[in-house]
Design a protein around this ligand. Structure first.
Ligand code: G2H
Length: 247
């Protein structure tokens, strides 16, 4: 049985004080929910205060990005070792980073290796653009992104998030069966690259306009092991409801 994971990606939202207020407003309710992994990924600057708020909590923390070097003259960057003292997870290769910050498959691969080396658990995002979806290229894109991301890795398990770009922040989620079919394909590619055992044990999440109304249907699909939630993770009530329905 694979673990169900619900991760909230706050993206570039919340000031320090807003982030602390938001986490306080969902902490108690989230802690009552058992049997799933609950992860919050706030902006970097809020990781330390939230870590303090979540001392001894069942709620885990993740970062939204990292740089692949350990330390040095990389102005403005955050290293895996810095994050290791603050959180357990890190989102890598989100489509917004690929689109706005020029992250290539090779950079994604270096970041995954650096995260693993530091003992962080990467949540690796893959997903096709609207035009790629319309042209029937979804599988080809997913295969390329996964092979680039996992190049040279020998892993028994990795967390992947399938986020079709046309479904991100649009309110138009993929249908549960579309997501299930794409995620089934991702599992096949994991089998080819990491082996069958890894393909069977790796949690694969869906991301893109997940909310409290569609989560149950999404999670009813056999291949889908959880969700990476953006907008709806910024509302305590919605995120708690999503986690409750996932448990
Ligand atoms: C996709 C998702 C979270 P949203 O980016 O990673 O965001 O749920 O707002 O579509």
């Amino acid at each position: 049985m694979r673990q169900i994971i619900i991760a909230g990606n706050w993206k570039m939202n919340t000031t320090l004080s807003e982030a602390c207020t938001l986490v306080q407003s969902m902490k108690c309710e989230l802690e009552r929910i058992e049997g799933i992994e609950k992860i919050i990924c706030p902006p970097f600057i809020s990781l330390y205060p939230i870590k303090t708020i979540l001392e001894n909590s069942s709620i885990k923390l993740g970062a939204q990005n990292l740089f692949y070097q350990e330390k040095g003259a990389y102005t403005g960057e955050i290293s895996p070792l810095m994050l290791k003292e603050l959180c357990q997870y890190v989102i890598i290769g989100h489509s917004e980073r690929r689109a706005y910050f020029g992250e290539t498959g090779q950079v994604v691969n270096q970041k995954i290796k650096a995260a693993l080396q530091a003992g962080l658990l990467p949540i690796v995002c893959v997903g096709e653009k609207p035009e790629e979806n319309e042209n029937g290229q979804t599988r080809q894109v997913l295969e390329t992104q996964l092979k680039e991301a996992l190049d040279g890795l020998n892993l028994s398990c990795i967390i992947i998030a399938y986020e079709p770009i046309w479904a991100i922040g649009t309110g138009k989620a993929a249908t549960a069966s579309e997501a299930n079919s794409a995620i089934g394909y991702i599992r096949r590619v994991l089998g080819d690259t990491l082996g069958n055992a890894a393909a069977q044990t790796s949690p694969i999440l869906y991301g893109g306009s997940v909310n409290e109304k569609n989560i149950t249907e999404i999670l009813s699909q056999t291949n889908i092991d959880g969700a990476l939630v953006g907008g709806a993770s910024l509302k305590a009530e919605s995120f708690v409801s999503i986690c409750r329905q996932a448990a």
